[in-house]
Design a protein around this ligand. Structure first.
Ligand code: GTP
Ligand code: MG
Length: 398
């Protein structure tokens, strides 16, 4: 490799000069505007100074074996021999540094280049579905390590594998049974659909249409918002399920004790934005009064943007939530960011909701249902159903 510094009146002229002198393999590293010509600073004109290098080696083909480690001393001698002026010394040192870094890379890199068109397409598909950069990087790395260049030509197989891995990344909450009554608490930000989801859950478990109707109760600690109490009481009246309202930890303890005969107690909570931190703390006091065996679930809307998901999950962490309920799946077509963040935080999903209708628009979470929302992926429904159908099927309806 040899270095050069050339000056010319314009960039185009400099490039032509370089091509003529050093050929097509010449590479430009740096260019800057300089004053040229004149006498003692007078009558100078503006021009460009271009620094670069050219190599005598033939370019590497894509299928060529990984390059052998560079002999650093040899390269150093060659470069120092070719240095024409002090100006290039900095660039030479930088180039040496990069050669050194190349040497520190593992020599046995996978034979598959990152830019294989199939990998590019998989990346685009994931980006289109709003998967996070960290998730995309993880999956592309895995594909690269799994498939040879030849195998990457079969895009359909690669895509099917990617869909499987996305499915595998989704954890499904397998519930906890034993405590009686089972206390199911739903927390989450304002307007995410907590009350509607509590009503849907109560209907799913407690109404006559259920396989085995359970003895269900509802408690709300949402006494602050105008109309909140009426909202849940209306559902209770329609479904003939008792509803109690509590304000304090003391009242919650009493109410749970009164409901000892129930199978499941569903607890609706105050919709607070995570920024209203102190109120979240107060609410946590009341939630704790539900007892140690209460299961807390966090409701998040499928439309939440990635940064808010991280923030929400962090702010509600003190509640010790066991699973996530994804609401409003009907309001977005791109949920890659939700799948990515849940995977990163290793949080399982328990239920999905996809509309306002009670109780229809609720179902136990399955990776299958989430995979079917992916846009533009070729999804083999039968294969996905076989592999990712509800793991809790066959148990009681919840
Ligand atoms: N599109 C759609 N709307 C929903 C879904 N779930 C709830 N909603 C609607 O979202 C709005 C808010 O629902 P609520 O159940 O009152 O939400 P919340 O979290 O209890 O609200 P706060 O108690 O005020 O925090 C209502 O209009 C619901 O009908 C859903 O899955 N999809
Ligand atoms: Mg509510």
């Amino acid at each position: 490799m040899e270095y050069f510094v050339e000056q010319a009146a314009s960039h185009r002229e400099a490039e032509a000069k370089i091509r003529e002198k050093y050929g097509d393999k010449a590479r430009i590293m740096h260019h800057k505007t300089v004053r040229m010509g004149g006498f003692f600073g007078l009558f100078t004109r503006e021009g460009v100074e271009v620094t670069g290098y050219f190599s005598h080696e033939p370019p590497r083909s894509r299928t060529e074996a990984p390059r052998k480690p560079v002999d650093l001393e040899e390269e150093k001698r060659k470069i120092l021999g070719s240095v024409k002026s002090d100006k290039t010394m900095d660039l030479v040192l930088k180039e040496l540094q990069s050669i050194k870094e190349q040497m520190n890379q593992p020599v046995s890199l996978p034979a598959t280049p990152a830019e294989h068109p199939t990998l590019g397409r998989m990346q685009q598909l994931m980006q289109h579905n709003d998967f996070t950069p960290a998730f995309i990087t993880e999956m592309i790395k895995r594909l690269r390590a799994t498939f040879s260049i030849d195998q990457l030509e079969d895009e359909e197989t690669v895509e099917a594998q990617l869909v499987d891995w996305i499915g595998d990344s989704i954890r499904i909450y397998d519930g906890e049974r034993g405590a009686r009554p089972e206390v199911f608490v739903l927390v989450g930000p304002t307007g995410v659909g907590k009350t509607t989801t509590i009503a849907k859950l109560a209907a799913l478990h407690g109404m006559n249409g259920s396989q085995r109707p359970a003895n269900v109760r509802m408690i709300t600690i949402d006494n602050y918002r105008i109309g909140a109490r009426e909202q849940i009481e209306t559902y209770g009246n329609i479904m003939d399920i008792p509803v109690a309202c509590v304000d304090t930890a003391q009242e919650m303890k009493k109410q749970i004790a009164l409901y000892q005969d129930a199978d499941i107690v569903f607890v609706d909570t105050i919709g607070k934005s995570p920024r209203q931190f102190s109120q979240l703390g107060e609410m946590n006091e009341v939630v704790r009064a539900c007892g140690g065996s209460a299961q807390v679930h966090l409701a998040i809307s499928a439309t939440t943007k990635t940064s808010d998901l991280y923030e929400l999950m962090r702010q509600f962490e003190p509640f010790g939530y066991r699973s996530i309920i994804i609401t409003k799946l009907d309001e977005t077509t791109r949920i890659g960011n939700v799948i990515s963040v849940l995977h990163e935080k290793q949080k399982p999903v328990s239920y999905l909701t996809d509309g306002q209708r009670v109780p229809e628009n609720l179902e136990p979470a399955t990776a299958e249902r989430l995979l079917l929302t992916l846009e533009e992926f070729r999804i083999n429904r039968r294969q996905v159903a076989q592999r990712f159908a509800n793991p809790n099927d066959g148990e009681s309806n919840g």
